[in-house]
Design a protein around this ligand. Structure first.
Ligand SMILES: [Zn+2]
Length: 133
Protein backbone atom coordinates (compact mmCIF):
# COMPACT_ATOMS: atom_id res chain seq x y z
CA UNK A 1 0.00 0.00 0.00
CA UNK A 2 1.21 3.47 -0.81
CA UNK A 3 1.09 6.12 1.89
CA UNK A 4 0.37 9.76 1.13
CA UNK A 5 0.47 12.39 3.85
CA UNK A 6 -0.19 16.12 4.02
CA UNK A 7 2.85 18.36 4.42
CA UNK A 8 3.18 22.09 5.02
CA UNK A 9 5.58 23.66 2.55
CA UNK A 10 6.97 27.14 2.04
CA UNK A 11 7.62 28.37 -1.49
CA UNK A 12 10.61 30.57 -2.27
CA UNK A 13 8.04 33.36 -2.84
CA UNK A 14 7.15 33.08 0.85
CA UNK A 15 3.72 31.50 0.47
CA UNK A 16 2.96 28.61 2.82
CA UNK A 17 0.71 25.86 1.51
CA UNK A 18 -0.29 22.26 2.10
CA UNK A 19 0.37 19.42 -0.29
CA UNK A 20 -0.01 15.64 -0.22
CA UNK A 21 3.30 13.88 -0.66
CA UNK A 22 4.19 10.21 -0.79
CA UNK A 23 5.99 8.69 2.20
CA UNK A 24 5.76 5.25 0.71
CA UNK A 25 5.18 4.07 -2.85
CA UNK A 26 4.06 0.54 -3.70
CA UNK A 27 4.53 0.22 -7.45
CA UNK A 28 3.11 -3.30 -7.55
CA UNK A 29 -0.24 -2.09 -6.22
CA UNK A 30 -0.04 1.20 -8.11
CA UNK A 31 2.12 0.87 -11.26
CA UNK A 32 1.14 4.39 -12.28
CA UNK A 33 3.32 5.69 -9.43
CA UNK A 34 6.36 4.06 -11.04
CA UNK A 35 5.42 5.87 -14.25
CA UNK A 36 5.11 9.10 -12.24
CA UNK A 37 8.64 8.67 -10.94
CA UNK A 38 9.99 8.07 -14.46
CA UNK A 39 8.10 11.16 -15.65
CA UNK A 40 9.42 13.04 -12.59
CA UNK A 41 5.93 13.91 -11.40
CA UNK A 42 6.06 12.20 -8.03
CA UNK A 43 6.18 14.55 -5.02
CA UNK A 44 6.13 17.55 -7.32
CA UNK A 45 4.08 20.45 -5.98
CA UNK A 46 2.87 23.72 -7.38
CA UNK A 47 2.71 26.91 -5.35
CA UNK A 48 -0.86 28.32 -5.40
CA UNK A 49 0.47 31.89 -5.56
CA UNK A 50 3.37 31.98 -8.02
CA UNK A 51 2.66 28.58 -9.67
CA UNK A 52 6.29 27.59 -9.39
CA UNK A 53 6.60 23.80 -9.56
CA UNK A 54 9.17 22.03 -7.46
CA UNK A 55 10.17 18.49 -6.58
CA UNK A 56 10.10 18.04 -2.81
CA UNK A 57 13.28 16.15 -2.07
CA UNK A 58 12.12 14.21 0.98
CA UNK A 59 12.76 10.62 2.00
CA UNK A 60 10.30 7.96 0.86
CA UNK A 61 10.08 4.23 0.57
CA UNK A 62 9.92 2.54 -2.82
CA UNK A 63 8.46 -0.95 -2.75
CA UNK A 64 8.31 -3.29 -5.75
CA UNK A 65 6.83 -6.59 -4.54
CA UNK A 66 7.30 -8.35 -7.89
CA UNK A 67 11.02 -7.63 -7.92
CA UNK A 68 11.23 -8.05 -4.11
CA UNK A 69 12.88 -4.68 -4.04
CA UNK A 70 12.68 -2.28 -1.13
CA UNK A 71 14.46 1.04 -1.57
CA UNK A 72 14.84 3.93 0.82
CA UNK A 73 15.03 7.08 -1.25
CA UNK A 74 16.92 9.87 0.49
CA UNK A 75 17.70 13.37 -0.77
CA UNK A 76 20.91 13.49 -2.79
CA UNK A 77 22.27 15.93 -0.20
CA UNK A 78 22.16 13.12 2.39
CA UNK A 79 24.74 10.99 0.53
CA UNK A 80 27.62 12.05 2.85
CA UNK A 81 25.63 10.54 5.77
CA UNK A 82 25.26 7.21 3.99
CA UNK A 83 26.94 5.04 6.65
CA UNK A 84 24.82 6.50 9.46
CA UNK A 85 21.60 6.15 7.46
CA UNK A 86 22.33 2.52 6.60
CA UNK A 87 22.94 1.75 10.28
CA UNK A 88 19.67 3.47 11.21
CA UNK A 89 17.75 1.52 8.58
CA UNK A 90 19.09 -1.83 9.73
CA UNK A 91 18.11 -0.91 13.31
CA UNK A 92 14.57 -0.06 12.13
CA UNK A 93 14.26 -3.24 10.09
CA UNK A 94 15.21 -5.33 13.12
CA UNK A 95 12.26 -3.84 15.00
CA UNK A 96 9.72 -4.83 12.34
CA UNK A 97 7.83 -7.94 13.49
CA UNK A 98 7.54 -9.75 10.16
CA UNK A 99 11.24 -9.59 9.55
CA UNK A 100 11.43 -12.93 7.78
CA UNK A 101 9.41 -11.53 4.90
CA UNK A 102 11.69 -8.50 4.69
CA UNK A 103 14.88 -10.53 4.73
CA UNK A 104 13.97 -12.11 1.43
CA UNK A 105 13.86 -8.67 -0.11
CA UNK A 106 16.71 -6.64 -1.38
CA UNK A 107 16.82 -3.53 0.78
CA UNK A 108 18.90 -0.66 -0.44
CA UNK A 109 19.37 3.07 -0.09
CA UNK A 110 19.22 5.40 -3.08
CA UNK A 111 20.29 9.05 -2.86
CA UNK A 112 18.26 11.38 -5.01
CA UNK A 113 15.55 11.09 -7.63
CA UNK A 114 18.14 11.08 -10.44
CA UNK A 115 19.59 7.80 -9.24
CA UNK A 116 16.15 6.25 -8.74
CA UNK A 117 15.08 7.24 -12.27
CA UNK A 118 18.35 5.79 -13.62
CA UNK A 119 17.75 2.55 -11.73
CA UNK A 120 14.16 2.19 -12.99
CA UNK A 121 15.25 2.97 -16.54
CA UNK A 122 17.87 0.24 -16.23
CA UNK A 123 15.14 -2.20 -15.11
CA UNK A 124 13.11 -1.34 -18.20
CA UNK A 125 16.15 -1.75 -20.45
CA UNK A 126 16.61 -5.26 -19.06
CA UNK A 127 20.18 -4.67 -17.93
CA UNK A 128 21.66 -7.13 -15.42
CA UNK A 129 20.85 -4.76 -12.58
CA UNK A 130 17.14 -5.48 -13.05
CA UNK A 131 17.58 -9.21 -12.72
CA UNK A 132 17.71 -10.86 -9.35
CA UNK A 133 18.79 -14.40 -10.21
ZN1 LIG B 1 5.30 30.61 -4.73
Amino acid sequence: MSIEREYTLTCSCGRMFHADLYDSVNVTAEPELRASILARNLNVVECPRCHRQAYVDKPFLYHDMERELLLYIYPAACAPQEAGLRAEISRCVRRIPHQAALQRKKIDVVFGMDRLVALLSAQDAGTPRAERN
